[in-house]
Ligand binder design. Structure first.
Ligand code: SF4
Ligand code: SF4
Length: 92
């Protein structure tokens, strides 16, 4: 009998996860609006930062953060305020 392999999405469906509604990453909207390079959208390995040309706003998908620490040194304007994620959230 052939065994069917489960896809990663199917496996993750059963992983208990408690999301935090408070972002541990904050940015300065005024500085980001004037930033020409939007470097954060390039150096973050988890694609946490997304610049919307329509809204002229930086969106932060903080739930995807890998806690690599790159954004604490990567923003040329020091516009990112990073704090360690609060305990008791994430994978249970
Ligand atoms: S966080 Fe830094 S790199 Fe990203 S848009 Fe704002 S100022 Fe630019
Ligand atoms: S800590 Fe790393 S993964 Fe998290 S937002 Fe910063 S650059 Fe992205």
């Amino acid at each position: 009998m052939q065994k069917t392999l489960k896809k990663i999405e199917d496996k993750l469906y059963f992983v208990p996860f408690k999301p935090n509604t408070e972002s541990h990453i904050k940015t300065n909207a005024a500085i980001c609006a004037g930033c020409t390079g939007k470097e954060c959208t390039k150096f973050c390995p988890a694609n946490v930062f997304h610049w919307s040309e329509i809204d002229k706003k930086l969106y932060i998908n903080y739930e995807n953060c890998l806690e690599c620490g790159a954004c604490t040194i990567g923003c040329p304007y020091q516009a990112i305020e990073y704090s360690h994620p609060t305990a008791s959230f994430g994978r249970m």
